[in-house]
Design a protein around this ligand. Structure first.
Ligand code: GTP
Length: 597
């Protein structure tokens, strides 16, 4: 297709504002899909996406649109996730686009991710088409939503804002027209040296690694020798193609095209998202800029449940290919053996990876208590250690002070719910920096430790505000923190994989709660086992896990008194030393820590 008739765009929005529904409508109106074939939300095909009803991975589809000006246009769109934990996916999609549809739900108005995604799109110099969705709903407040969109930025004061119902299809034609009139055609020269951005990749068990590319300069044909710049690996382009949304083979991809390349490579390390693909004979001297790598916020250990360490290793390598915001490295635990310390963008991300391992690779993992990165300043020589695993905590006597990461959290909430939200932020060690309660919605700005917001805060905020509060967080560096490591000993042996870090002021309460839970979750042995939570060398809480035992006195009815006495005597022998470290750790044991409030 002639370059001037190509449009590459993304759909960006806050979670649940209707991106995937609009994508389905666009595919239907351009006859990319047949209405009859339509499942609910065609693009969310990962099992985790269907189960949670959210988009986790971006999708790419080519549509052909017959416009009112008589021309046929090629519309390549990239559907993107809306949840905060997946904003890295959004930024990858935007780098491959020339424009974006900014979708806002008329019943909810502008929300945290609307603002964040709008800023990302602006940073990428994209043409933005604001669209208000769900106008069919009785609760829709179109005027107020329009006002909020205009307040986002001076550029939007005059912009034409479209009003649609992605569900019924009302107004979607106008969106299709706006795409070719308001988003520019891709720039670049098809005769130039090839420069293609690898913006995503996927592991296919039959074909090897498939790279998703957007061509910025030049033309890529089948049966050519190409090269991936970052790793300097050669590939032969045996198969290239487009997404319809299924993969469809084509002979060439030219400037502005979005498609795929079957690389034939099997090693996931070789294909990096953000890398530039160029031709071997005429390589580009100026590769594309690529992406900043995603910074992990939450860390946790993943250990294979069924002794399938090698399988877990290879599954993680393949998942990283599809989700470069996941980080992992090998680690060894005394209690659990070899496993991986993984870094995630947030708790929802952790949960999704855990479920993808199960759904896509049939692997179950034990997940240890999550934690953030701590900066530990040692007394000796002022040395600073950054640790992501509580087992690496230095001995408490060696520590001068500790710093933890914090965020600036902006919370918007209706005025009448403000006090409930303030109480919650207080419980989570939030420090109020600024507030503005002059409008209908109050705006509260807090500094909160990441360890407090990363886990349950978002859900609790939704619950105390009946779903009305929105949260936007921004990295605010590190701050001194009075935190301590809790070591858990069972039967007098420290269980490394159970250690975790808490604020000192919460230590006494949480450890009491924990040992009580351990009493019911640690599988019992034939002898009593004390479970202790130890902080700075002192046991803060202790409980005895009762033994499993056959009650000789009641069960052996036919035995003589002396035999019963003998049995009882044998059972009470101190078997403490007999089995050390033989505690079987199940996910329930780790959940005892995860569920602490
Ligand atoms: P994520 O992928 O999770 O970010 O969500 P999304 O933005 O893709 O939203 P999705 O398309 O999944 O829509 C969320 C819900 O809103 C679904 O239940 C849709 O059926 C519903 N919905 C979307 N658009 C409309 C609309 O125009 N009107 C009405 N009434 N419901 C809509």
């Amino acid at each position: 297709m002639n370059q001037k008739y190509i449009r590459n765009f993304s759909i960006i929005a806050h979670i649940d504002h209707g991106k995937s529904t609009l994508a389905d409508r666009i595919m239907e109106l351009t006859h990319t899909i047949d209405k009859r074939d339509e499942k609910d939300q065609l693009l969310d095909d990962l099992k985790v996406e269907q189960e949670h009803g959210v988009t986790v991975k971006s999708r790419t589809v080519r549509n052909v649109y017959q416009a009112k000006d008589g021309h046929q246009y090629e519309y390549n769109f990239i559907d993107t996730p809306g949840h905060v934990d997946f904003s890295y996916e959004v930024s990858k999609s935007l780098a491959a686009s020339d424009g974006a549809i900014l979708l806002v739900d008329a019943t909810q108005g502008v929300q945290a991710q609307t603002v964040a995604n709008y800023r990302l799109a602006k940073k990428n110099h994209l043409a933005i088409i604001p669209v208000i969705n769900k106008v069919d709903m009785p609760a829709a407040n179109v005027e107020e939503t329009e006002e909020q969109i205009r307040e986002l930025d001076d550029d939007l004061i005059e912009a034409e804002i479209l009003k649609i119902s992605a569900k019924t299809g009302l107004g979607v034609e106008a969106v299709l027209e706006a795409i070719h009139t308001r988003i520019p055609a891709p720039k670049g020269d098809p005769k130039e040296t090839l420069k293609a951005l690898v913006f995503d990749s996927l592991y296919n068990p039959f074909l090897g690694i498939i790279a998703y590319v957007r061509i910025f300069e030049g033309t890529l044909k089948t049966d050519e020798q190409a090269i991936l710049v970052a790793e300097n690996v050669n590939i032969q382009t045996n198969e290239i193609g487009i997404f319809t949304p299924e993969m469809k083979q084509v002979d060439q991809l030219s400037v502005g095209d979005v498609g795929y390349v079957v690389t034939g490579l099997k090693d996931p390390q070789l294909v990096r998202v953000g890398d530039t693909l160029t031709l071997k004979d005429h390589p580009t001297k100026t590769p594309l800029q690529g992406y900043e790598s995603a910074k992990s916020v939450v860390f946790a250990g993943f250990y294979p449940k069924n002794n399938d360490y090698q399988e877990l290793k290879s599954a993680l390598a393949k998942l990283v290919l599809n989700d470069p915001s996941l980080h992992y490295r090998e680690e060894l635990s005394d209690a659990l053996g070899p496993g991986f310390r993984c870094g995630f963008l947030g708790m929802f991300h952790l949960q999704i990876i855990q479920e993808r391992l199960k759904n896509e690779y049939g692997l179950e993992v034990l997940t240890t208590a999550p934690n953030v990165t701590y900066r530990i300043h040692l007394k000796k020589d002022g040395e600073v250690k950054e640790i992501t695993n509580p087992t690496q905590f230095p001995y408490f006597n060696e520590i001068d002070y500790i710093e933890e990461p914090i965020v600036n959290a902006t919370i918007e909430v209706p005025n009448d719910l403000m006090s409930a939200v303030m109480k919650l932020a207080d419980q989570h060690k939030g420090e109020l920096m600024d507030m503005d309660s002059s409008a209908k919605n109050a705006e509260l700005i807090y500094q909160i430790p990441v360890s407090e917001v990363a886990y349950q805060f978002f859900n609790e905020l939704k619950s105390v505000s009946h779903g009305y509060a929105t949260l936007d967080t921004e990295d605010a560096g590190y701050q001194k923190a009075d935190v301590v490591k809790v070591e858990v000993d069972i039967n007098y042996s420290p269980i490394d994989a159970l250690s975790f870090v808490v604020h000192r002021s919460d230590a006494a309460r949480l450890t009491q709660e924990l040992v009580h839970k351990l009493k019911y979750t640690v599988p019992r042995a034939l002898y009593p086992m004390p479970a202790q939570a130890i902080v700075e060398g002192k046991a803060l809480a202790r409980v005895d896990i009762p033994p499993l035992r056959k009650n000789a006195a009641v069960s052996a009815t036919k035995k003589s008194i002396s035999k019963k006495q003998d049995l009882l005597r044998r059972q009470s022998v101190n078997k403490r030393q007999a089995v050390k470290n033989n505690v079987k750790l199940s996910q329930e044991v780790f959940n005892s820590i995860l569920e602490l409030k």
